[in-house]
Structures are given as structure tokens and as C-alpha cells.
Design a protein around this ligand. Structure first.
Ligand code: ZN
Length: 220
């Protein structure tokens, strides 16, 4: 599907990479132990031949290399998150008789406008765009998405010790049975009405929902 999108790239490229108009498409250097790939695809070129795309790039250590991508497989193709999501949603066209529903986090709501633009540019009609459901997002006190990877990379404030279980279930203070029961209860509440589901929750509120903050709340 990535190869199917490539011929329409000229029409879709500003949707796929709004800041630069150059969608990030990377193939890693095949030299043993290298795996180098261009961050901004400056020297990456794509050539088509029927259903096959040959992606060539230049490694600073090992020189030029290429990777052949076919509809049934081929080399490893690394796409930016936006690009990857467009390809993922395009694959739903492979089975048009199946009702495809994309389930995503609410942090993707704005990004979806770009996905829609790219899908229309790639030739889909509005009616072919798959249905989507957005799950609630857990946000920190600053309003940022609670992100395990950003916290690990020291780019976001770590969680308070008492809330560490939100990112690492092994740190749940009680039994596994209690955790499962409360998680089930919290999800039952969220799914009981659209107004509970289509919104975000702070870590504080999510802890309350999971009943770990009941005591402090009842005291105030
Ligand atoms: Zn290399």
C-alpha cells in the first residue's frame, strides 16, 4: 500500500509533511550492524516499475544502497507516523466489503484532518474513509499526553510515585485481582455514556476513577 500511494505523492505530500512538503520515507542501510537511515530523506529517491518501488539512499559510511518494495513484501520501509497512518487506513481499501473501524487515542483527533487530506489526495472519496473511534486520553497536570516514551527520554515530568502504576502495572500497590476489578469498573464507567468517553482525563482524575484517591478525596 505504501507503494500504491507513492505515484500520488505529489498530490499528498503537503498533507503528509506540512512543515516541509517532503514526507519522510526511510530505508535502513543493509550493511551488517549499520542500520543507518536518513532522518530527512535528503538523498532518498524512489523509482517505480509496475507494482514495484525501488528506494535508494546513501549511507555516510557505506555509500549508496537500495531496497526493493513489492506489494507482497520486500525490504523494510520506515515511514513517519502520519505517513504510516495514511498507509494503514489505505489498506482498508483492500477489503471494501469489510466495515473497517480505526480505534485511536484522542491525541490523534487533529492529526486525522491531515490523514483525511492525504487519503482524498490519494484518490479516495469521503465515503471510503474508514470510520474512527477516539478513546479518552490521560493527560498530566500540564495538559500534555501522559507519555511513557517522553518520560523515559527525560522530556516530560515523571509521574508521582503513587501514580507510577499508570505506566508500569508492576507498581500497582494492591493485588492483581483488585487492579483488574478496578480497571474493569473504570472502563464500564467510561463506556456508560458518550460524554464520559469522548473527553480527556487528568492523571489525578484517572487515579480517582481507579479508586486509589478515594481516601484523599473524601477527606476534602
Ligand atoms: Zn551503512
Amino acid at each position: 500500500m505504501a507503494a500504491a500511494l507513492l505515484p500520488r505523492l505529489e498530490a499528498a505530500r503537503w498533507w503528509l509533511a506540512p512543515p516541509t512538503g517532503t514526507p519522510h520515507l526511510r530505508v535502513p542501510c543493509p550493511a551488517v550492524g549499520c542500520g543507518w537511515a536518513e532522518k530527512h530523506a535528503e538523498r532518498t529517491r524512489v523509482a517505480f516499475s509496475g507494482q514495484q518501488a525501488t528506494v535508494s539512499a546513501v549511507c555516510l559510511h557505506h555509500g549508496p544502497y537500495e531496497s526493493v518494495i513489492r506489494p507482497d513484501g520486500g525490504g523494510y520501509l520506515d515511514l513517519s507516523t502520519l505517513y504510516r497512518n495514511v498507509v494503514k487506513e489505505l489498506t482498508t481499501q483492500l477489503s471494501p466489503d469489510t466495515l473497517s473501524v480505526m480505534v485511536k487515542g484522542a491525541d490523534w483527533m487533529s492529526g486525522t484532518q491531515l490523514v483525511n487530506g492525504a487519503l482524498l489526495a490519494a484518490g479516495l472519496t469521503q465515503g471510503q474513509i474508514p470510520a474512527r473511534i477516539f478513546g479518552p486520553q490521560i493527560v498530566t497536570l500540564t495538559g500534555a499526553k501522559l507519555s511513557k516514551s517522553l518520560i523515559r527520554a527525560n522530556q516530560a515530568e515523571p509521574l508521582a510515585d503513587e501514580d507510577a502504576w499508570m505506566l508500569d502495572t508492576r507498581k500497582w500497590p494492591g493485588s492483581a485481582d483488585a487492579y483488574a476489578a478496578r480497571l474493569l469498573h473504570a472502563n464500564t464507567v467510561l463506556l456508560s455514556h458518550p460524554r464520559h468517553f469522548f473527553r480527556d482525563y487528568s492523571t489525578e482524575e484517572f487515579a480517582r476513577l481507579m479508586d486509589t484517591k478515594t481516601r484523599s478525596y473524601s477527606a476534602t
